[in-house]
Design a protein around this ligand. Structure first.
Ligand code: ATP
Ligand code: MN
Length: 538
């Protein structure tokens, strides 16, 4: 029987085979499992010492296992395969039992020794820790005052005494007197050497990866032929523990073999790793390059609201929202607001979140993404295409000229920047071209008249743009055709009444762009905390 203990004062009395047993539990919340076995079964033919439980249905394989299961004398009756015709089980022979008991005693001695060794190890560790508490490390006041420096700026500080803060990225102990730390602070990695008292002290014994520390020491160029990030290492003369992480560091939460969901649940730890942090760094630079592109071309940036009462795409991907009792949505695109800004600011752009309630899991759909959108007055369709081409090529150029270029090539060694001019074709030609080159949609069918945007290999549509309807009547007709109530769009319609103009614009998904640039398999690989169906954390 399995018994769950609810209170601590209750005594449970069991009766089994004429014996009575009292159990007085000491703590509530424990589930006790009591096994009373009066006989055990062993079968060398069909039993198993791993999966058996000693019953007739699941016998053990060896008598030794049965004795070990029983634990101590008096042993229960042991049944083995019978030699007699027509009889399944027979009580174990005296000789067999004698041999089994001998083996049992030997095991007993062995396991006693093992237990003793373990106890000794624990004791020794505790003693070491106690002793380590007495080893006090102190700042050497005769040394020059250290300058606080980020890891990325250490090259010019070689030969000087510095103080560096960071996270213990990797840790290796070599004997009792030497410890190597690879320190991480976001600007780079630094190899650090701690010796003697610095590793023998209490914190030195406890230190684990992902702990935060302040290291004091001298930046020293590594000798010819030796490798270290940045070409130098820190010879420490003092250090302080700032935040101790649990023993084993992030390995407690996940490792390289963890499954996808465990990785996603622990992405807050995973981003500390070299690969994902590289992706995030490239993402930061790419975002800046988009901004630089726009500012360099005279655009203004706006920050439009994302809580809206109008839709831009189809209703099927709208997230509904109770807005103080009124129906509202999370925006699918900021295009309409950008259009209202061109009479005020001229060329305008925004980098804002867009939301799509995408019902299916694909490699390129998120439910929240960073949308880079622009809107330009008084341009022709030709101008729009030029701007689109220039956007993609100029941003790539800027990234390749930035310090992030190396990271990009680390991640995607085969990256080839796109060449100008892009191939331009009209719609019907494009459909033809895709058929001729056997380029199909995800579902394996060809593109039909009515679909197609800027499609990039592997990630599909990266940027979609168009010339907007600027005639008031045509717009009203459009609402009608799509079955949209024009009332909430009054402010959008007003753009066509108060000084309408031919204009066009586009929207580019930052994550799709990065997936292409970094040649990632899945769009979620380029997100900090990706949002897609059934995933809204961390
Ligand atoms: P798709 O056909 O691939 O779903 P879409 O037609 O919905 O794209 P648009 O509404 O034109 O795309 O959005 C403009 C840009 O936003 C797209 O070119 C793409 O880069 C990006 N984008 C659209 N939907 C998503 C999404 N669910 N996740 C990430 N990026 C997206
Ligand atoms: Mn879509």
């Amino acid at each position: 029987p399995s018994v769950h203990i609810l209170g601590i004062s209750s005594t449970i009395r069991f009766s089994c085979s004429g014996q009575e047993v009292d159990i007085t539990p000491s703590s509530p919340g424990i589930t006790l499992c009591l096994c009373f076995s009066v006989e055990l079964y062993v079968s060398d033919k069909c039993g198993s010492d791993q999966d058996g439980d000693g019953t007739e249905q699941k016998p053990f394989k060896t008598p030794l296992k049965a004795l070990m299961f029983a634990g101590k004398e008096p042993f229960p009756t042991i049944y083995v395969e019978s030699q007699k015709e027509g009889e399944r089980w027979a009580v174990i022979s005296k000789t067999q039992m004698k041999n089994a008991k001998k083996a049992f005693n030997r095991e007993q001695i062995k396991s006693d020794a093992k237990g003793k060794k373990e106890a000794e190890d624990t004791e020794r560790r505790e003693k070491n820790l106690e002793e380590a508490k007495r080893i006090i490390i102190e700042k050497d006041l005769s040394l020059p005052e250290p300058e606080m420096v980020k890891i990325g700026h250490l090259e010019s500080k070689r030969g000087q005494r510095v103080k560096v803060f960071g996270w213990v990225h990797r840790l290796r102990r070599q004997g009792k007197n030497l410890m190597f730390i690879v320190l991480r602070d976001g600007t780079g990695f630094l190899q650090c050497v701690l010796s003697d008292k610095l590793c023998q002290c209490y914190n030195g014994l406890l230190l684990s990866t992902e702990s935060t520390v302040a290291l004091y020491g001298t930046v020293t160029q590594v000798p010819e032929g030796k490798q270290a990030p940045g070409g130098h290492e820190l010879h420490c003369d003092f250090w302080e523990l700032i935040g101790l992480a649990p023993a084993g560091g992030a390995d407690n939460l996940l490792n390289e073999e963890s499954d996808v969901d465990v990785q996603l649940n622990n992405r807050h730890m995973l981003i500390r790793g070299e690969n994902i942090s590289k992706v995030l760094r490239v993402r930061s630079t790419v975002t800046q390059c988009f901004r630089d592109h726009f500012f360099n071309n005279g655009y203004y940036e706006i920050t439009p609201p994302t809580l809206v009462q109008t839709q831009v795409e189809g209703g099927s991907t709208l997230f509904n929202l109770n807005y103080f009792g009124e129906q509202a949505y999370l925006t699918q695109s900021s295009q309409l607001y950008l259009e209202t800004c061109i009479p005020a600011l001229g060329d305008t752009f925004c980098i804002a979140q867009s939301y799509r309630a995408e019902q299916s899991r694909t490699r390129r759909h998120l439910s929240e993404y960073t949308h880079i959108e622009a809107e330009c007055p008084f341009i022709s369709f030709e101008d729009l295409l030029n701007r689109l081409e220039d956007l993609v090529c100029d941003v790539v150029d800027r990234v390749l000229k930035s310090p992030a270029a190396q990271l990009l090539y680390d991640i995607n060694p085969n990256f080839k920047p796109p060449k100008r001019p892009f191939k331009r074709m009209n719609y019907t030609e494009a459909i033809e071209w895709l058929r001729e080159h056997d380029i199909k949609k995800d579902d394996g069918t060809y593109y039909e008249f009515g679909e197609v945007d800027v499609l990039m290999p592997n990630v599909g549509e990266i940027v979609g743009g168009s010339m907007r309807i600027w005639d008031a009547d045509e717009l009203l007709e459009g609402y009608k055709k799509e079955g949209i109530d024009p009332t909430p769009y009054y402010w959008y319609t007003d753009q066509r009444k108060y000084g309408s103009c031919p204009h066009g614009g586009y929207g580019l998904g930052l994550e799709r762009f990065l997936t292409w640039l970094l040649n990632r398999h899945h769009i979620r690989d380029v997100c900090l905390y990706p949002r897609f169906i059934q995933r809204c954390r961390p």
